[in-house]
Design a protein around this ligand. Sequence first.
Ligand code: ADP
Length: 494
Amino acid sequence: MTAPSALTDYCNFIAGEFRPARGGEWLDSVDPATGRVWARVPASDAADIDDAVAAARHAFPGWRATPPPQRAALLHRWAEAVLARTGELAAIESRDNGRVLKETQGGDVPGGAMNIRYNASLADKITGDTIHLGRSVNFTVHEPYGVAGVIIPWNAPLAMFFAKVSGALAAGNTVVVKPAEQAACSILAACELFAAADLPPGLVNVVCGTGPTAGAALVDHPDVAKLHFTGSTDTGRRIVRRASADLKDVTLELGGKSPNIVFDDADLDAAARGVAAGIYTGGAGQSCVAGSRILIHDTVFDEFTERLRGRAAAIRLGDPRDPATDMGPIAFAGQYDRVRGYLELGPQEGAKPLFGGRTGADAAGRPALAGGYWVEPTLLAAPDNGLRICQEEIFGPVAVAIPFRSEGEAYAIANDTRYGLAAGAWTRSLDRAHRAIAALRAGTVWINTYRRLHWAVPFGGHKQSGNYPANGVRGLHEWLTLKAAWIEPGGEHG
Ligand code: ADP
């Protein structure tokens, strides 16, 4: 057991100050590469959420009145402060949730800073319409909601924190963030940078606690005008039910069971690289866009799965803070158990293991990492798309391979899911690429690539994967309400 004195305590950030939870309770944060507790985060409840919402409410009038170019300048300073601390923030993230440095240092933090800059640059480009009806003057105004509540999951905390908070602030809102209790350290550490960037106290507040306590209190709070939730579809549904009591507006970015289709005319090497990145190295499969259903033309099924086996074997599993590591562990014990449950379920429902499947020390292959939550890149051949492992989001490096005989059958299997977040197709045919884009019911379709995301490109789910695209100019509007104005020259009866 680690002595409590050796642990790092990360506090809530409320009204510009770091504070423990009012109740004095803490939650352990575990390093998933070793299974050992390394830090503590506050176990906050409704009283802490009240404090944070009050601070955000207090800061709102001043921020709303801040001219947009000045808002933008402050956000740009924040981006600079983030970039200057890239290494430190990335190391905390990699330690806390097991995302490898290649992703945190190479993508999440610098990409997060770019995302802040992008949203900063939109702050003074929020414009309405004028509508000509004759005598009356009609125009629309886009206004901030007020206090926005943002609930963040554990798989890529920093990237989401920078993206969501910068959007909300650029639009003129103030924010209360509830990070996931399993991976909150990097976000709490990053709060130091608001003072460095001269962002006023209360603009951004972060309160850590469990979903049913701190999360639910944020959802229920009468002074929270807008909610943004990223996480599983089932939790999203629970939150919407709750928020519907007072008809709060909720933006949802939910789960997926995305198909990645390999046609017989594809460059199979490129496809194997892209498919492996889509489900294995990308966050060890703990990604909402994970390409977890690999649909393969039956004529190339064996050849392709062999190539994928080769790529999977070359993936370096290990310490997330080693810059050479390609794939880290599962982020926390509960999720590790969940993934192992699906590894057991697959063969029981008739799936055939093609490669991988080892967990724990066997998968890590390194005694020093023996206590960690390791799962090898795994592929199971599924006889049909109806199995639970083909329909339920596993959120780990576990893919199913499903054969198809025709293009039409591929699209039918691809769309046979309650989700609609993303889809990929690998083909050399331009016509087929266009047909795939038209046929696949998903918010993003990648052709001959996978898992590419960018702050300038809209990203959102169809079906049960979400309700509004983030990113891009359009994404800013999730943080804005619309008002219509009528002016009658000389008065209505003038
Ligand atoms: P997972 O199922 O992958 O653990 P969730 O989607 O449940 O992830 O969690 C994402 C975020 O939602 C976390 O910050 C979590 O604490 C929060 N959360 C979970 N349940 C609730 C709830 N009932 N109300 C509000 N927030 C919740």
